[in-house]
Design a protein around this ligand. Structure first.
Ligand code: ADP
Length: 376
């Protein structure tokens, strides 16, 4: 396959017209960056923050135009604007300023009443991301933090199973859905609405609009933290979510064997690309704790995540053993943090939750410099 050149990308972007001026976006100097790698193209648009959400169709038009180029496997366009951080509203502590995205910030999904939205992500499926998300959310609740949990893993929603939810969410006015409360946690999942065995095929834009609805059309109320269980992987859909949702930070779940591979790194670089702070890495299935004799075996060569986190300059949040109790409790709808709250495993999750909360509140002390999107 022929390499996609920057000039070819620039060429198609010349066909994208800004409706406000009637000129093409290249001529207007809006294209501030083009990065291509093996069929994946990323475009940065430098735009006037005042035009805000109005430019979202233009951003989409850029992606469409680039996607039409022969050999393009994926196209992502992000909007950035250089401007000082907006002052925090006086009424509630603001999440770290994310104004580096400029107009995307205006279009970005923020949930009124929710102080922090955090993502739980993984480089690939099956590493225990959902198990970690649910126990982390319950660990936050156990620490006295008002918490919600949004299952955004729309390819394989697990909250109906992990929280034993059979009922459908209610709506008082036919517009807003009431979250389903479990163990003091307000939760929502596409799996509450669609039967678990219904095959769902989602394309990128549908993923973000489904998530957008679950964020906007659910009465989350006042929450300190909303934990979002992301779809596994680091594709376009995940990148869009990371970019569109006003995230205070992300937690990356990995197993020791994936750390050796590069899946977790991919997650890290995805969040860095959209300037979302990575709160840290959790190593799941870190070691095997024999339920009979209590002996600890490090079958996957444990400890890699800690080292890797140090190397990458992100906090290490903790290690969770591979243990039957963790699987049985979460698969039966009674996650370990609530069904065996005094167990050492529950304590591990609560400690991780404590570290996450500490970081979120530490972030509030001083505004971070306005982030700028970096294309890699
Ligand atoms: P993901 O969300 O990454 O696809 P899940 O959280 O659904 O992964 O976990 C996959 C399976 O592994 C589930 O059956 C879950 O109960 C089990 N599991 C996850 N973490 C652990 C653990 N630390 N010990 C034992 N089983 C686990």
């Amino acid at each position: 396959m022929a390499d996609i050149t920057e000039s070819a990308v620039r060429g198609v972007l010349e066909t994208v017209i800004d409706p406000a001026t009637g000129k093409n976006i290249v001529a207007l100097g809006m294209v501030s960056g083009i990065a291509t790698r093996g069929g994946h193209v990323a475009v940065t648009l430098e735009v006037d923050p005042a035009r805000g959400a109005a430019l979202e169709p233009l951003r989409q038009a850029c992606e469409q135009a680039v996607r039409a180029l022969a050999g393009v496997l994926s196209a992502t366009a992000v909007m950035t604007a250089e401007r000082p951080a907006a002052p925090s509203p006086p009424t509630r502590p603001a999440p770290p300023p994310r104004t580096g995205h400029g107009p995307a910030a205006a279009a970005r999904i923020d949930v009124p009443g929710v102080k922090h939205i955090i993502a739980v992500a993984s480089g690939k499926g099956g590493v225990g991301k959902s198990t970690t998300a649910v126990n982390l959310a319950l660990g936050l609740t156990a620490n006295g933090v008002a918490t919600g949990l949004l299952d955004a893993d729309i390819y394989g929603p697990s909250m109906p199973r992990m929280l034993a939810v059979k009922e459908k969410p209610e709506s008082a006015d036919g517009k807003m859905l009431k979250p389903i409360e479990r163990y003091g946690l307000r939760t929502m999942s596409i799996g509450y609405i669609v039967a678990e065995d219904t095959p769902m095929i989602w394309r990128g834009p549908m993923v973000s609009s489904a998530l957008e609805q679950m964020l906007r059309d659910v009465q989350w109320g006042d929450l300190d933290v909303l934990v979002v269980d992301m779809p596994p992987g680091t594709g376009d859909a995940q990148l869009t979510l990371a970019q569109r949702v006003a995230l205070s930070g992300a937690v990356i779940v990995s197993t020791p064997q994936d750390i050796a591979l590069i899946d977790a790194r991919k997650g890290l670089s995805m969040f860095r690309k959209v300037a979302v702070p990575v709160l840290g890495i959790v190593e799941n299935m870190s070691y095997f704790l024999c339920p009979k004799c209590g002996e600890r075996s490090e079958i996957f060569g444990h400890g890699g995540a800690h080292e890797e986190a140090d190397k990458l300059g992100v906090p290490f949040l903790g290690e969770i053993p591979l243990h039957l109790d963790i699987r049985m409790t979460s698969d039966s709808g009674h996650p370990i943090v609530v069904s065996k709250p005094d167990s050492p495993h529950a304590q591990v999750y609560k400690n991780i939750a404590g570290r996450v909360w500490k970081q979120l509140t530490a972030n509030q002390r001083g505004p971070r410099p306005a982030p700028k999107i970096v294309m890699r």
